[in-house]
Design a protein around this ligand. Structure first.
Ligand code: HEM
Length: 513
């Protein structure tokens, strides 16, 4: 009985240890409810995420399921040509999701151009860090009529007269840098990567073309040194807060430095033009064109606004032009038969005088080198694609409408490697551009290296002129051999495309007989 009694006690409320257990058991019940409710909500959200993804993509080729929450984030962190090609070749339109951003990739020429030329449905959408770096009031973020009008005013900076002024600056800066390259090469006699030296040359050229001598030498050096931080922040997805130490934070600091100096340059240019100086750079051309009494349009631009425009040009050109130049050197070195023809043409145009500065007229006498530049960017386009955003539901085909607010990304590679327009598309064949009736010249719509439509690259003539000039000057001053490595033909995508080994060249001065 005692045993029974004692046995009963713990079964009731007498045992303090069991009693104290009874309280949490009520809490456990509650937390279990919460636990299961939370699980149920999470599952419901995950199912919803998959359903929305599948509803949006409809019949487009893509993975059946998206990785919960992050989607193809991992792929976007380390993009490769192979993964992009797989995506582009999966269909003219295909779908992917990154962090719940629904993305439609357009790989055919028809759909890529349709996106670029449909401003009422789609507008450029820079990577998130773009707005933090450029500032949201930068003109490049204007849309529709405002964009068209602003851009019209900037066309004055790329007229033939303006380009004629820039050539002389480009030539001087290019010679200065190539001389340094040769001096450095002479020290070791070994091949060195040109990745960073070509970028530095390009930035120096841009700064002097845009700002002339209105920028002190140490300022140009500082911008040049700090700009790499901006390139590194141009990843598809960045840490959202620009906290100290993050890439975006460093890029913002670099932009602040650059804008301060560019503002000073704009200020100095206004003073020089007011004092009757001749235009010597892009800012001067701009200030002078605004003062022209026949100029119709807005005439007042603050120093800061001018600085922001110049900064937008640096931003748009530094990576793309550096990529184009580096591959230009690499393609020429890898194709000695093409290099021989370029040298022949140089000899014909320069008639033995390799010191005479180049001009627009002499550059126009180099159709073969111009074809080399065009072909080099076709084979390896600096920019593979540009992100746009559907501002409303965009009926891109009869049976597919891109949902509003999706990213929609026209990619250029397949247009530029279309074998019906560019037979043997992987081969580097500048000759294809020499026949005016040939398929390459008859299908300009396929040459999407500079985009298409209202946002087509405003600097395209300047860019091709600069690449032609740099390669012509390099041909005049030096020989270069490519040290081919296993990574030479692997593309590294850092905003634009670069050979993964940085393009290792062995440089020697060229002796002219
Ligand atoms: C090889 C060199 C270059 C390449 C491959 C290139 C390529 C491109 C591409 C693909 C676009 C987007 C076009 C579109 O959305 O349809 C673009 C836009 C732009 N580019 Fe270039 N670019 C180069 C050099 C330059 C240079 C040298 C400048 C300025 C001096 C420049 C200024 C711009 C600007 C301002 C835009 C935006 C235009 C707008 O939104 O209206 N680019 N570029």
């Amino acid at each position: 009985m005692d045993r029974l009694t004692s046995a009963k006690i713990p079964a009731s409320t007498a045992n303090p240890s069991l009693y104290s257990f009874a309280v949490p058991s009520v809490a456990y019940g509650k937390s279990a409810t919460w636990f299961y409710t939370t699980i149920a909500i999470v599952i419901a959200l995950l199912v919803l995420e998959q359903s929305i993804y599948r509803y949006k993509k409809r019949h487009l080729p893509s993975d059946k399921w998206t990785i919960p929450l992050i989607g193809k984030f991992a792929d976007s962190m380390s993009p490769s040509m192979e993964s992009y090609k797989k995506q582009w070749n999966s269909g003219a339109l295909s779908a992917v999701s990154v962090f719940n951003i629904f993305i439609v990739m357009a790989s055919s020429n028809e759909y890529a151009r349709k996106i670029l030329n449909s401003p009422s449905y789609a507008e450029p959408a820079l990577v998130h860090s773009g707005k933090q770096i450029l500032l949201s009031e930068n003109w490049v973020f204007l849309t529709g009529k405002d964009h068209v009008e602003y851009r019209r005013g900037l066309n004055a900076l790329f007229t033939r007269k303006a380009l004629g002024i820039y050539v002389a600056i480009q030539e001087t800066i290019t010679r200065k840098h190539l001389k340094n390259w040769l001096a450095e090469a002479a020290k070791t006699g070994a091949a060195q990567p040109i990745m960073m030296t070509a970028r530095a040359m390009n930035m120096d050229t841009s700064l002097r073309v845009f700002c002339g001598n209105h920028l002190p030498e140490h300022a140009a050096r500082e911008i040049n040194e700090k700009y790499w931080a901006i390139t590194q922040a141009l990843e598809l997805v960045n840490f959202p807060l620009a906290l100290p130490g993050t890439k975006v934070y460093k890029a913002i600091q670099a932009r602040k430095v650059a804008l301060r100096w560019l503002e000073l340059a704009a200020h100095n240019s206004k003073i020089a033009m007011a004092n009757g100086a001749e235009p010597e750079c892009m800012l001067d051309e701009w200030v002078q064109s605004l003062a022209d009494p026949t100029y119709k349009g807005r005439k007042e631009f603050s120093d800061l606004e001018m600085a922001m425009v110049v900064f937008s040009f640096l931003f748009a050109s530094q990576d793309a032009m550096s990529s184009g130049l580096i591959y230009g050197f690499q393609h020429l070195a890898d194709h000695p038969e093409v290099m021989a023809k370029v040298k022949e043409e140089q000899e014909r145009v320069r008639q033995g005088d390799y010191e005479r500065p180049l001009s627009l007229e002499t550059l126009a006498q180099m159709p073969y080198l111009q074809a080399v530049v065009k072909e080099s960017m076709r084979v390896q386009p600096p920019v593979l694609m540009v992100p746009y955003k559907a501002t409303k539901a965009f009926p891109i085909t009869d049976d597919y409408t891109v949902p509003a607010n999706s990213m929609v990304i026209p990619s250029f590679y397949n247009s530029l490697h279309d074998s019906s327009v560019y037979p043997d598309p992987e081969s580097f064949t500048p000759e294809r551009w020499l026949d005016p009736q040939g398929p390459a010249n008859s299908n300009p719509k396929n040459y999407l290296v500079f985009g298409s439509g209202p946002h087509r690259c405003i600097g395209l003539e300047y860019a091709t002129m600069n690449m032609t000039l740099v390669l012509a000057t390099a041909c005049a001053m030096m020989n270069w051999e490519h040290e081919v490595t296993p990574l030479s033909n692997t593309v590294e995508i850092i905003a634009t495309c670069f050979p993964k080994d940085g393009c290792r060249l062995k440089l020697t001065p060229r002796a002219h007989s």
